[in-house]
Write a protein that binds this ligand. Structure first.
Ligand code: ATP
Ligand code: MG
Length: 494
């Protein structure tokens, strides 16, 4: 079917038609059965000829189904707000106490409305208003849907979700900007933060660990925007990643050996490519008798070892005081007798401290940087080191980088939506002013795509045996030298 036909078909069978009329109500309008309209077919492999067609206009947004009780609900929700007031964000009240209190109040509000309601309607009404006022409104269903990995709210009418690496528009929506703001306030107040015109952007976390960023007008020009990276309840393991085709079993063995041999590793990748996930998988290879210190902006890593100290940075408070940066934590961690330092992401001056630590006996450190290729990762690290404000000459910075970092693992989100390791690259040293890199594995794009547009390639060995393999041998880490031989993963084996 042509792309335009597919979009047309999606329009016809779109969310409006699939809305569960019972659950659809304008406040909690997302039915889990709703299949979202895929609006980004351009993420398909370009090898698909029809994907070349001009991108069609987005499908029109279905109007929320009319709920006869909508007005009553809005009134009751407002009334409930008025009654519970500050208690909503009172940390001394448990969730259960709050719910019991709110349910009782709601019961009396609904009775006072004197609208004839069947017992079922009454129960549904109370549950839905409860979800709006005490929960996350239309986000509840998306948060419960395990297939959804990311939720992006762009103003109250537009919610995008990511499933299986693809973005699609959800039929769920907020009834108003005010409702969206209530949900945002509820999320941020739970972690002791506030959001208002004087501090209009906030990072927070849901109780289940999901990472949240909220930004409100006037900074978000078209209405409040909320981005939720859902926390994987069961973090991905290396077997999951091998199963997804992110890396091959042979590469997993190499990465295991790299971690055990205490090489300093950088995972490089763009936004949302799976850097943190891969960092978590790599960290799982750290032997359990080592003392691990993790340092993150918002804790995401889920290490299984016993001996782990987790540190989290802290933003400044409303008076601009009390900030503790990743850099402060990296420096502090050096005084905590670490065997391994795992830094969630290098995005500032802490990079210099990390490189120095790596060069002064704290081997086996692992971190991530935001960059699109191994070469780019070096350039990015140079820039980040400059942010430390030490005024170091570029050559000195490059020397630090080349002697500190042993391996760069590049992860990329490909056109088909899958995340793949595209390079395992050794940092060999310096030649003149240039840091020399040597790929051990690179992604084989020549393998083409399957009928579904999924790339068939894997990262394959380049045939160059990295120098770090000597370290495996010296340390007695078993790894067959054949893994580095070219053509080990031939197309017939895939
Ligand atoms: N190999 C993978 N295959 C499929 N999905 C993955 C893979 N790795 C990560 N994901 C999913 O992709 C999303 C982003 O993952 P992750 O947080 O690891 O990315 P990131 O590169 O650290 O993002 P950011 O740049 O925002 O820090 C998550 O929802 C995660 O579950
Ligand atoms: Mg990350």
């Amino acid at each position: 079917m042509k792309l335009t036909d597919r979009v047309e078909a999606a329009r016809r069978d779109g969310p409006l038609h699939k809305l569960d009329k019972k659950a659809g109500n304008g406040i909690v309008s997302a039915s889990k059965a709703v299949t979202d309209v895929v609006l980004q077919p351009s993420t398909n492999a370009s090898a698909e000829p029809e994907a070349q067609a001009p991108t069609p206009e987005p499908a029109p947004i279905p109007a929320p189904p009319v709920d006869p009780l909508a007005e009553l609900k809005e009134r009751a929700a407002q009334e409930l707000f008025g009654r519970i007031g500050t208690r909503l964000n009172d940390p001394s009240l448990s969730e259960e106490q709050l719910h019991t209190y709110a349910r009782a109040e709601l019961g009396s509000i609904v009775s006072a409305e004197q609208v004839p309601l069947s017992p079922e309607e009454r129960t549904r009404l109370i549950a839905e208003i409860g979800a709006d006022v005490l929960g996350f409104g239309p986000l509840e269903a998306l948060l419960d849907d395990v297939a959804v990995t990311e939720i992006m709210v762009n103003g109250h009418e537009q919610i995008f979700v990511e499933r299986d690496g693809r973005l699609s528009r959800s039929a769920a929506r907020f009834t108003s900007e005010a409702q969206l703001r209530r949900v945002i306030e509820r999320i941020v107040s739970k972690v002791g933060r506030r959001i208002d015109e004087s501090s209009p952007l906030v990072d927070a976390r849901l109780a289940d660990g999901s990472r949240v960023n909220a930004i409100i007008p006037p900074l978000a020009v078209d209405g409040s925007s909320l981005t939720i990276r859902k926390f994987a309840r069961e973090p991905f393991t290396v077997n999951d990643l091998v199963g997804f085709g992110t890396l091959s079993a042979e590469m997993a063995q190499v990465l295991d050996a790299c971690v055990k041999a205490k090489l300093n590793i950088i995972v490089s990748g763009g936004t949302g490519t799976g850097k943190t996930t891969l960092l978590n998988v790599l960290s799982a290879y750290i032997p359990s008798d080592e003392r691990i210190i993790t340092i993150e902006d918002a804790v995401e890593l889920q290490l299984q070892q016993d001996h782990v100290i987790r540190l989290e940075s802290r933003p400044a408070n409303i008076e601009g005081k009390g900030e503790v940066t990743i850099r402060d934590l990296v420096r502090n961690s050096l005084r905590m007798r670490p065997d391994r330092i795992v830094i969630g992401e290098c995005r500032g001056g802490e990079s210099l401290d990390m490189l120095q630590a790596m060069n002064t006996g704290h081997e086996g450190s692992i971190s991530t940087v935001h960059s699109n290729s191994p070469r780019d990762a070096i350039a990015r690290l140079e820039t980040l080191v400059l942010m430390a404000g030490m005024d170091l000459p570029l050559r000195a910075i490059r020397e630090q980088i080349s002697s500190a970092i042993d391996v760069i693992i590049q992860i990329t989100r490909l056109k088909d939506g899958t995340r793949r390791v595209t390079h395992v690259t050794e940092v060999q040293g310096m030649e003149g002013d240039i840091v020399t890199l040597q790929d051990a594995f690179v992604f084989d794009y020549s393998a083409g795509v399957d009928e579904a547009g999924r790339l068939l390639g894997h990262a394959v060995a380049t045939g160059v045996r990295p120098r770090f393999a000597d370290k495996f041998r010296d340390l007695g880490i078993p790894l067959s030298p054949s893994v580095f031989q070219a053509n080990l993963v031939t197309r017939s084996q895939r």
